[in-house]
Design a protein around this ligand. Structure first.
Ligand code: PLP
Length: 287
């Protein structure tokens, strides 16, 4: 396995970064997760745009143009010879001293990792998953925008710990007002009386690229889709619930905090959208 690390390709075992890197010391950096389906990189432009916007928001200078980084990403995929894979792009502030001062970090560290991925086993797409809501709150948009995909994933990590302790595969965070925000690494949709709802960005959710693809697909398929805040009550009483994400794709939720959703199996509309999504990813991508 080849890793792109600051201008060169190195073997996985040689891909090392200094302990003075501020991504390590302070979570100072940004990242992206992208999928490769049948050799095509899905929504490459959108991921690159989000990466550069995240970096701009935290005043992190990526030492490549979008075009250069796009080329390097494609090259890393090809070099690893994988037709179906997950790409992780990480840009950290770089090496500084032990102080917080980012201005002492003269050059960002750039890493591109490509590897095979299976997040949820296939049987969970058929059965659907059981989730909970947790006390960990999504950070407020006016503090650090959830639109920034930063290396600061502590609340998402805590969500995963809470899910693990409750013996479920994923969990939902609320925002500080109690509106449902998102999962640890995925967005949430509910379907109620044929209307599809997902929380708007200002509630406190990453503007997921899979989420946006599902909004477009569902609209094309004739569903009424709205970005609207909703509460746990709305989730408990929804006809269908599903999560979306680069890693998770579209996965049905059949139980939330012990409340059975719909008939306790993946809903008809979730399956329609999953099927449409899986068709889209193979035809829509950068070769
Ligand atoms: N929310 C968070 C916090 C995430 O980390 C991710 C993963 O990227 C998502 C949502 C889903 O976004 P996307 O569909 O762009 O992968």
């Amino acid at each position: 396995q080849w890793i792109f690390l600051n201008d060169e390709f190195v073997r996985k075992e040689d891909a090392k970064i200094s302990v003075y890197d501020h991504g390590f010391l302070y979570g100072d950096g940004v990242f992206e997760g992208i999928r490769v389906y049948s050799g095509n990189i899905f929504k490459m432009e959108e991921h690159m745009e989000r990466l550069y916007q995240s970096a701009k928001s935290i005043m992190l200078n990526i030492p490549y143009s979008t075009e250069e980084l796009t080329k390097l990403t494609i090259e890393t995929v090809k070099k690893n010879g994988l037709e179906n894979a997950y790409i992780r792009l990480v840009i950290s502030r770089g090496i500084g001293d032990l102080g917080l001062d980012p201005y002492k970090c003269l050059k960002a560290n750039v890493v591109i990792i490509v590897e095979p991925l299976a997040i949820f086993p296939e049987h969970l797409y058929e059965s659907g998953i059981d989730i909970i809501t947790v006390p960990t709150r999504r950070n407020r948009p006016d503090v650090l925008s959830p639109k920034v995909k930063s290396l600061n994933y502590l609340n998402n990590v805590l969500v995963r710990i809470e899910a693990h302790l409750a013996n479920v595969s994923e969990a939902l965070m609320l925002n500080d007002q109690g509106y449902v925000a998102e999962g640890s690494a995925d967005n949430v949709f509910i379907l109620k009386k044929n209307k599809l709802l997902t929380p708007p960005g200002y509630v406190g959710a990453l503007e997921g690229i899979t989420r946006n693809a599902i909004i477009d697909l569902a609209t094309e398929l004739g569903y009424e889709v709205k970005e609207e805040p909703f509460t746990r009550h709305d989730v408990y009483t929804a006809d269908e619930v599903f999560l979306t994400g680069t890693a998770a794709e579209v996965i049905a939720v059949i139980k939330v905090d012990g409340r059975v959703i719909g008939e306790g199996r993946p809903g008809k509309h979730t399956n329609i959208l999953l099927e449409a999504f899986r068709k889209l990813v193979v035809k829509d991508g950068v070769p």
